[in-house]
Design a protein around this ligand. Structure first.
Ligand SMILES: [Mn+2]
Length: 319
């Protein structure tokens, strides 16, 4: 099915259904937050009632996005027959929500590890962000791209392309950014909210993570324990982006950052690659997923064994 066919199928669904519940993945990132807000606004204009539910709170750097107060945090959905639009999730487990089983699901995703678990599925692993797919839906639906919608989509694309640096960034990405700026997205204002509004805890935590860093040939890795989180007064979202400093080292091909999850024996991993190693595949070995150059998964502790298991996979990938 072509993208046009997928969009036509989605629009038919949107125009014939009075209400939708919209969700995205647990520990939402910029693409998750920006895309749920933008698609909610498209559906408003199409006359649908919507509610947005996420399993985890919106990170502070996205609190300025227009409409963010519409997002409700819950981990269990009431039994109901409202169809659910699931954005940016390669499986229903990724939502972190209970109660999706048996519901009508509309799956819109761009992960290499994406699965067709929905009743309708549009998966485009070439899309730089789900927000880019949402933009194409807005154009096809002929809705008005408001400054609010443009801001949410631009913020999502800015964060999901690593500020226009990942391999998915091409001329089309800039055409999209150009259009969104014309429709009222303010690039410097959005960059200030995303990159120049960090809590001091995040910078202190970064200091500890960089002190922990190990570098061996083409591999770099680091970690943060629960004790170190407490010492720096940090919260889980402060760990976002630490891995990018590791992959930023000259000669490093793959990098991994491990964060200890409180009250479990688990570590949450962020994995990056400059392209030689497909880290989506490696994350899938451990039940995770993502993109060729950016992925994540969860491993059982202790730290030493979790580190050894992921490094063994990354070393094999580099051979
Ligand atoms: Mn994304």
């Amino acid at each position: 099915m072509t993208a046009q066919d997928s969009i036509a199928e989605l629009l038919q669904e949107f125009r014939s259904t009075p209400r939708f519940l919209i969700t995205s993945h647990a520990r939402p990132d910029g693409d998750a937050v920006g895309s749920v807000l933008a698609i909610a606004e498209i559906l408003d204009q199409l006359g649908c009632e919507t509610q947005i539910v996420l399993a985890d709170p919106v990170p502070a750097i996205y609190h300025e996005l227009p409409g963010v107060q519409r997002i409700r945090i819950a981990t269990t959905l009431e039994p109901d027959d409202t169809p659910i639009i699931v954005l940016e999730c390669d499986s229903i487990q990724r939502t972190g929500l209970q109660g999706l089983e048996g519901r009508r699901l509309i799956n819109i995703d761009h992960h290499a590890s994406g699965r067709t678990y929905g009743d309708l599925n549009w998966i485009d692993d070439a899309a730089c962000a789900v927000a880019a797919m949402v933009y194409h839906i807005a154009i096809a639906a002929k809705v008005h791209i408001t400054p609010a919608m443009a801001t949410c989509l631009y913020a999502a694309i800015l964060s999901d392309t690593g500020s226009f640096t990942y391999p998915s960034t091409d001329a089309g990405t800039f055409a999209l950014a150009h259009s969104l700026a014309l429709h009222g997205a303010d690039p410097s204002r959005i960059a200030r909210d995303l990159y120049f509004s960090n809590p001091v805890s995040k910078i202190r935590l970064l200091g500890v993570a960089l002190t922990n860093m190990q570098c061996e040939g083409r591999l770099a890795w680091s970690w943060i324990t629960c004790d170190q989180m407490e010492q720096t007064n940090a919260v889980a979202e402060d760990c976002e982006g630490v891995v990018n400093y590791l992959i930023g080292i000259a000669g490093v091909e793959s990098a991994v950052f491990l964060r200890e999850v409180p009250s479990t024996n688990e570590f949450r991993l962020s994995i990056r690659s400059k392209g030689k190693v497909d880290v989506a595949q490696i994350a899938e070995v451990f039940g995770g997923g993502g993109h060729r150059s950016a992925s994540g998964c969860t491993l059982q502790g202790p730290l030493e064994s979790a580190t050894e298991r992921i490094l063994a996979q990354l070393r094999t990938g580099l051979c």
